[in-house]
Write a protein that binds this ligand. Structure first.
Ligand SMILES: *Cc1c(COP(=O)(O)O)cnc(C)c1O
Length: 232
């Protein structure tokens, strides 16, 4: 299957899930998670109509930016971001999806201020309370979302999550539901319903995410094929 065929199939599955939930498929943004795929693969996805591309390693993104891999679509950063690499990401991406600590939030705001820009971001929620994952714990989120309102150089657009690896089919749904409730709550209480992005769902569970209210899914393997970790 080519990248274009894979994108068409993923789109069809998104559309079906959206219809099942009584939603308009056009309101779902398909982000291609292109890590470990080269610039040519990224360009193929762009040509096939992907809505955005997402990277999770700063060095790889920087290299592929120099190769014009993402020309034509918005670029997202979706991986764990260390504070010393903030300068390599802020201002270079349309959306920074993985702001998961107050320290990172402050560092992103400071760098955006230095550049004289407003950086669009998502707050990442560690919904499974996993040690290995970054993100705010659910109970930390309201305070973080409120503090972000006072920062002039970041604009929170919504929430992102990566739930624990599901043990059974549809195992992500309870986590997606929790994040959706947090999103609705923060949106109503703090953001005057201006938030418009709920990023959840990957290759194994994007249809469930769409049925649970995701407006953005991040799909890698189902578009680009299995990643070859040995090659990098
Ligand atoms: C790699 C990655 C994805 C996509 O994962 P697949 O299971 O390959 O679809 C989504 N989100 C993040 C943050 C990722 O790093």
């Amino acid at each position: 299957m080519s990248i274009a065929e894979n994108i068409a199939r993923v789109r069809a599955e998104i559309a079906e899930a959206a219809r099942q939930a009584g939603r308009d498929p056009a309101e779902i943004t398909l982000v291609g998670a292109s890590k470990m795929n080269d610039a040519a693969a990224c360009r193929e996805a762009v040509a096939a109509g992907i809505d955005a591309l997402g990277e999770n390693r700063v060095q790889e993104m920087t290299q592929k930016l120099a190769e014009n891999a993402y020309d034509g679509v918005p670029l997202h950063f979706i991986g764990h971001l260390q504070r010393n690499k903030v300068k390599n990401v802020v201002g270079k991406v349309a959306l920074l999806e993985s702001v998961g600590s107050s320290e990172l939030l402050a560092a992103v705001n400071a760098q955006a201020e230095k550049l004289g820009i407003v950086q669009d971001i998502l707050l990442e929620v560690n919904i499974g309370r996993e040690d290995a994952k970054s993100g705010f714990f659910p109970e930390e989120l309201p305070a973080a979302a409120e503090s972000a309102l006072a920062l002039k150089n970041v604009r929170v657009r919504g929430l992102m999550c990566i739930p624990p690896v599901a043990e059974e089919p549809h195992g992500s749904i309870p986590y997606f539901e929790k994040v959706r409730r947090l999103y609705v709550d923060i949106n109503e209480k703090l953001y005057h319903n201006k938030l418009d992005m709920l990023s959840m769902g990957m290759s194994g569970d994007f249809a469930d995410a769409v049925r649970t209210g995701a407006t953005m899914v991040r799909v890698g393997t189902a578009i680009f094929g299995a990643r070859s970790y040995a090659a990098v």
